[in-house]
Design a protein around this ligand. Structure first.
Ligand code: NAD
Length: 356
């Protein structure tokens, strides 16, 4: 039985909104039937791209042919737009960060539940191959049990655009890249968090953070460093991970990288001292060639379906969401804790990011 594709309208036709149109173009279940943006200039751009543009949000909501609203506006208006969409009986895909506070998100989930509609947050970086490779290493113990995970994104362009510089719009890097990196870690490490220490950076003099660092410790012994920077003219690797049997590195988005593990068969030989600086060291001498094995990164773990296929299946009641609202709530709880740790300068202990 041939079913009609669900009609989806993109609200906020900026950088990400127009990218969504491309992502959905060949989807078997969803079809972009229009867009809406507050700026006439962006409505014009949409028409030029071949998508009709509504003149107001009310028009979108009043159009019974619209099944799904995809929200890709600045962060501060996600909530309001979503509540209106649920009241009009639409499903909602919402960009990250879903909204700016835990309590706002709870209102959104309640509204979705009351309307019997789906709310799914676009945590697309759960599908990134670099992340899925690390997740594979974590699960399969490719280099033993991971006990240290360093996840970094570095740029040198400062904070981009306009609204991302402003607190009122939910700007800053913690609410931007931070949401993705924190979400990835919580999606991977299934253990209770025991401590959190964070600092935000304000190198560029914006009212919002232009980067941040967080160290998170988990009950299972995993320690995570997350770092986002926009003033890094030399970038550090995307991932650096240590396991009980070796070390792994992913340099970049092209998945250049390697794993180096202990060679179990090698006869143990004392390392030869090397000259280091003006001194001598045995401790920091590289292991002998036979002592280690250098290998390729493992094949990344695969998600069962794409974000949009999964969303469509969830609306049909045929699948569990890959991005669950309980998980989104945890990330928002964690973000509030990161802001608190940064503000107070304190390491937070025994806080609960998994409240009911
Ligand atoms: P942008 O500034 O390029 O685009 C935002 C658009 O929304 C603009 O065209 C603006 O005119 C429009 N807009 C503002 N208020 C509106 C309203 N009330 N109704 C309708 N349109 C409105 O911003 P962007 O970079 O595209 O970011 C948009 C959202 O997408 C943000 O939430 C951001 O965090 C998210 N994003 C996600 C990813 C990802 O990979 N998941 C990547 C980039 C951006």
């Amino acid at each position: 039985t041939e079913k009609r594709k669900q009609a989806i309208v993109i609200v906020g036709y900026g950088g990400m909104g127009s990218y969504h149109a491309k992502l959905i173009k060949d989807n078997a279940f969803l079809e972009v039937t229009g867009t809406y943006d507050i700026l006439e200039e962006r409505r014009k751009a949409s028409r030029e791209d071949g998508y009709s543009a509504y003149e107001s949000y009310e028009q979108v909501l009043n159009d019974a042919a619209v099944d799904v609203v995809l929200i890709a506006t600045p962060n501060d208006v996600h909530k309001e737009l979503a509540l209106q969409a649920f009241a009009a009986g639409k499903h909602v895909i919402c960009e990250k960060p879903v909204t700016l506070s835990v309590s706002d998100f709870k209102d959104m989930v309640s509204a979705a539940d009351a309307a019997g509609r789906v709310l799914m947050v676009h945590q697309n970086r759960r599908w990134d191959e670099d992340f899925l490779t690390i997740k594979q290493m974590y699960n399969e113990k490719t280099i033993g049990d991971l006990f240290r995970i360093e996840s970094r994104v570095h740029g040198a362009n400062g904070i981009p655009g306009d609204w991302r510089h402003l607190e009122a719009h939910g700007g800053g890097m913690l609410l931007d890249w931070g949401v993705h990196l924190l979400d990835q870690i919580l999606f991977m490490v299934d253990s209770k968090m025991t401590s959190l220490s964070s600092r935000l950076s304000f190198i560029l003099g914006d009212e919002v953070d232009d980067g941040f660092e967080s160290v998170i410790e988990f009950e299972n012994g995993v320690s995570v460093l997350i770092e986002v920077g926009t003033t890094n003219f030399i970038t550090l690797p995307r991932w650096y991970v240590k396991g009980t049997e070796g070390t792994g590195i992913i340099e970049d988005w092209s998945l250049n990288g390697r794993v180096v593990t202990r060679n179990q068969d090698a006869v143990k030989v004392e390392p030869k001292p090397i000259q280091a600086g003006v001194g001598l060291t045995k401790t920091m001498a590289p292991p002998s060639e036979e002592a280690t094995i250098t290998g390729a990164l493992p094949e990344p773990y695969r998600q069962s379906s794409s974000f949009f296929d999964n969303f469509a299946a969830v609306t049909r009641g045929e699948a569990e969401p890959i991005v669950k609202n309980e998980e989104v709530l945890r990330v928002l709880n964690l973000i509030e804790a990161v802001f608190e740790s940064a503000r107070t300068g304190e390491t937070l202990k025994d806080f609960d990011i998994y409240p009911a």
